[in-house]
Design a protein. Structure first.
Ligand code: SF4
Length: 356
């Protein structure tokens, strides 16, 4: 039972350790970093919707950005999502390329597989509880792959050099394995999500808008909320768990501000390794995340206004699509498309923030 869960517990739970959240125990109730690059790319694709909303609301300026998708519109950021916050913490210049220049990125097999698996897990809940079986879930893969190809034709590039379809078959088989593994971690016949792929957005008192997409929200009859996110990669080592949980605490903060309810549990389901990472947040956790995000947003605003976006090279550069534009690799960024002011002396603010 939820009432028996300890506050602020944290750890990687093994299959079968569901933490006793009531939503699973009442069928039929409908209440109301090895894989970091793939995760980031997957998030870029899945958050394109929210970024599109931002674009409409942002101060925009037509810009000729070499290599960028057409039409090109430079955007002064107006909101923050977990992925974009993560981008800035990883490398301010990467944030600029993604958010302001909107440079195109190639689809990757891992990220596209993640998008496909997410779609399958979401759609499975359309079926009656008793029919949410592994064979049923796997049978959804071809149709969801068709839908993905229609909505994002660029993913066809992934298999352009695979005329016999051998690599595609192997890739689809890997997606099947991830879907199948989910059934060893959760039992969808005992779940009735309150929300799936939920777009959330809130504005903090400071004016900063936070937004994102939550994979699944479970609500117990008692009103306790569990936020669930699926990862198609492997669980991080313990020393990287804070980074993984940052995204979940971000969502918890948004839900808290929106609904005045702190989620009882945050749950990351790692399909790649068969692990479940859970965390039960307390107000101090989320207040700390809020302070962190405000500081991050200050740094982003300063960089936006001054045009000073520093590269921050790490091992993750190997997966960056923008080396050709990055000074660390001998490249030159496109002309900065926004109006700039003279930089002030807050030197060093960029790129020094950890996730939490
Ligand atoms: S290559 Fe590395 S330093 Fe350059 S923009 Fe990409 S992540 Fe940043």
């Amino acid at each position: 039972m939820v009432g028996g869960m300890e506050s602020s517990s944290e750890g990687v739970a093994r299959p079968g350790d569901e933490g006793g959240v009531v939503a699973e125990e009442v069928p039929g109730q409908v209440p109301g970093q090895a894989d970091a690059p793939a995760v980031a790319r997957e998030a870029v694709a899945r958050e394109a919707v929210t970024e599109g909303v931002a674009a409409q609301e942002a101060v925009t300026q037509e810009a000729a950005v070499p290599g960028a998708a057409k039409p090109v519109v430079a955007i002064a950021p107006t909101s923050l999502s977990p992925s974009r916050a993560g981008d800035f913490m990883q490398c301010p210049l990467l944030y600029r390329f993604r958010v302001i220049d909107r440079l195109p990125e190639k689809p990757s097999p891992a990220a596209t597989k993640g998008t496909l698996v997410h779609a399958v897990l979401e759609r499975l809940f359309d079926a009656p509880a008793a029919e949410r079986t592994a064979p049923r879930a796997k049978s959804l893969i071809p149709g969801q792959w068709d839908r993905l190809r229609e909505s994002r034709p660029e993913v066809l590039e992934l298999f352009a050099d695979d005329p016999e379809g051998e690599r595609l078959a192997g890739w689809l088989s890997e997606a099947e394995q991830l879907v199948e593994r989910w059934f060893t971690l959760e039992d969808p016949t005992r779940l009735e999500p309150a929300e799936r792929e939920l777009f959330v957005e809130t504005e903090l008192e400071s004016g900063l808008r936070l937004r994102g997409i939550i994979d699944r929200v479970d609500v117990a009859p008692t009103g306790e909320v569990r936020i669930v996110d699926y990862k198609t990669g492997k669980a991080p080592r313990a020393e990287y768990a804070d980074g993984a949980l940052f995204q979940m605490k971000f969502y918890a903060l948004v839900v808290w501000r929106l609904k005045q309810v702190i989620p009882r549990r945050l749950q990351l389901v790692y399909l790649g390794s068969g692990d479940v990472l859970t965390y039960d947040p307390v107000p101090a956790d989320l207040e700390r995340v809020e302070r962190k995000l405000l500081a991050l947003w200050d740094a982003i605003r300063t960089a936006t206004e001054t045009g000073e976006w520093r590269p921050r090279p790490t091992k993750l550069c190997g997966w960056c699509d923008h080396q050709a534009h990055c000074p660390e690799f001998g490249g030159t960024p496109p002309p900065y498309p926004l109006t700039v002011r003279a930089a002030e002396s807050e030197a060093g603010a960029q790129g020094r923030m950890g996730p939490d």
